[in-house]
Ligand binder design. Structure first.
Ligand code: MG
Ligand code: FE
Length: 168
C-alpha cells in the first residue's frame, strides 16, 4: 500500500505541474486569439477552470503529502508534451494551437482517469469527486475543441486566403 501511495502522490504532483503548464500554454495562445472570439471565450473559461483545478490539486496534496517540498517539486516542472506544445504556440498559428490543445486535453483526461482509479484503490473517497469534476471539465473542453475544429480551421483559411498574416 505504501508503494501505491507513493505513485498516487507522484501522479498528483505531476497533474499539478500539468495544470500549471496548461495555464502557460493557454495564456500564450489567448494573446493571439483576438480574431477568433468564440475560441477565445471558451479558452478563457477553461483558463478559469484550470486555475481552480490547480488550486484543488494543491489542496489535495497539502492534505496527503507530508514532504515539505511539494510545491518546489511541481512548480516549473513541465511535461515533455507541454514543452513541445509551448514551442508550437510560440511560432505557429491558431490551427496548430487548436490541434495541440485537443491533444493536451486528452493527456489530462488519461491522467485523471489514472488518478481516479488509484484513489479508488486507496479508498480516498474525498479525492474522487474532486478528480471526477476535473475529468468532466477536461472531457468537455476536448469535446468542444473537437466540435469547433472545423470552424477554427475555416476562419483561419478565410483569413489566410484574404492575405491576412496568420499571427495577427
Ligand atoms: Mg486541466
Ligand atoms: Fe484542460
Amino acid at each position: 500500500m505504501e508503494d501505491i501511495r507513493d505513485h498516487y502522490l507522484a501522479w498528483l504532483r505531476d497533474a499539478h505541474a500539468m495544470e500549471e503548464q496548461a495555464l502557460t500554454m493557454m495564456r500564450g495562445m489567448l494573446s493571439r486569439l483576438e480574431h477568433y472570439p468564440v475560441l477565445c471565450a471558451r479558452m478563457e473559461q477553461h483558463v478559469a477552470e484550470t486555475e481552480r483545478q490547480a488550486a484543488a490539486l494543491r489542496k489535495l496534496l497539502e492534505g496527503r503529502d507530508s514532504s515539505s517540498s511539494v510545491m518546489k517539486d511541481t512548480l516549473g516542472k513541465a511535461t515533455a508534451l507541454g514543452q513541445a506544445m509551448g514551442g508550437l504556440f510560440a511560432d505557429d498559428e491558431v490551427v496548430k494551437g487548436a490541434m495541440a490543445s485537443y491533444t493536451f486535453e486528452h493527456m489530462e483526461i488519461s491522467a485523471y482517469k489514472v488518478l481516479i482509479s488509484t484513489a479508488a484503490v486507496l479508498e480516498d473517497s474525498t479525492a474522487i469527486p474532486v478528480l471526477e469534476q476535473i475529468l468532466a471539465e477536461e472531457q468537455a473542453m476536448a469535446d468542444w475543441l473537437s466540435d469547433h475544429m472545423d470552424q477554427t480551421t475555416r476562419i483561419f483559411l478565410a483569413r489566410d486566403e484574404a492575405g491576412i498574416p496568420a499571427r495577427r
